[in-house]
Design a protein around this ligand. Sequence first.
Ligand SMILES: NC(=O)c1ccc[n+]([C@@H]2O[C@H](COP(=O)([O-])OP(=O)(O)OC[C@H]3O[C@@H](n4cnc5c(N)ncnc54)[C@H](OP(=O)(O)O)[C@@H]3O)[C@@H](O)[C@H]2O)c1
Length: 280
Amino acid sequence: MTQNEFETTALTLVLGGTGKTGRRVAERLTARGVPVRLGSRSGRPPFDWWDRATWAGAIRGVSAAYLSFYPDLAVPGAAETVRSFTELAVRGGVRRLVLLSGRGEEEAQLAEQTVQDSAAEWTILRASWFNQNFSEGQLLAPLRDGELVLPVGDVGEPFVDADDIAEVAEAALTGDGHVGQLYELTGPRLLTFAEAVGEIAEAAGRDIRFRTIPVEEYAAVLAEQKLPADVSALLTYLFVEVLDGRNAQLADGVRRALGRQPRDFRDFARDAAATGVWSG
Ligand SMILES: NC(=O)c1ccc[n+]([C@@H]2O[C@H](COP(=O)([O-])OP(=O)(O)OC[C@H]3O[C@@H](n4cnc5c(N)ncnc54)[C@H](OP(=O)(O)O)[C@@H]3O)[C@@H](O)[C@H]2O)c1
């Protein structure tokens, strides 16, 4: 099969296909005529990472898959779940896997290894924190309310844009030049959370503050938001343990994969602000 045939005939499963990266991956594939199956609890057929009975139906007839785990590859047991899914997928005829992963998380790196060890053609996208956490994720509601409080201080994070991740995923799923590559995907600048919120406030043209709080106080903030216990535990782990400076360096994955610089946070903030997402 030529590369062109792979592109136009391969049914591609996009897990997390309505989420921050998956939605963008699915849109890009659809725009170039690649048949896409959205894999999530609301998909047809439904796919649930935590209900293995749903996996076979999602895989049927699929040649390539974008793996976005939920809630996060950092959670205990994620790697084992990804391993089981990968084995089933390869047995079911899936020939290419593109895994979305995270930086500096032991469990995520174990999950990467299981995909690398499989018989499939693999590409790993090891991404830093997404810009879109501020516009589509958990951080949106507090920003709208005018103040974000987190148990994180002056550590720099090279926030990456979900559109850049999706473009790399599209390239890896449809082209042949990315097989066996592990791309560390970051943005072009290190920003503290205070600096990121400052750039958002400037773009939104309103007063939005950031405040560092002790982790004990953060537990009360999470309780107020009535988040499930596992989500609260995950957020605390990410802010307190992973955001300790271990990921405070830029990587060249976007340039290696796409031959261009990654999108800057300021451009993201300008475009997101124009949609009114941070209006009070
Ligand atoms: N956010 C970041 O900054 C970041 C950074 C690096 C890596 N990552 C990785 O990115 C992945 C996704 O994180 P995200 O925060 O961006 O989330 P997201 O993709 O925005 O998550 C939402 C998506 O997951 C689906 N979903 C929810 N529960 C599911 C379940 N039980 N089974 C299957 N699908 C489910 C949702 O659809 P339904 O509601 O229809 O199920 C939706 O499509 C994680 O594996 C994480 O490790 C995230």
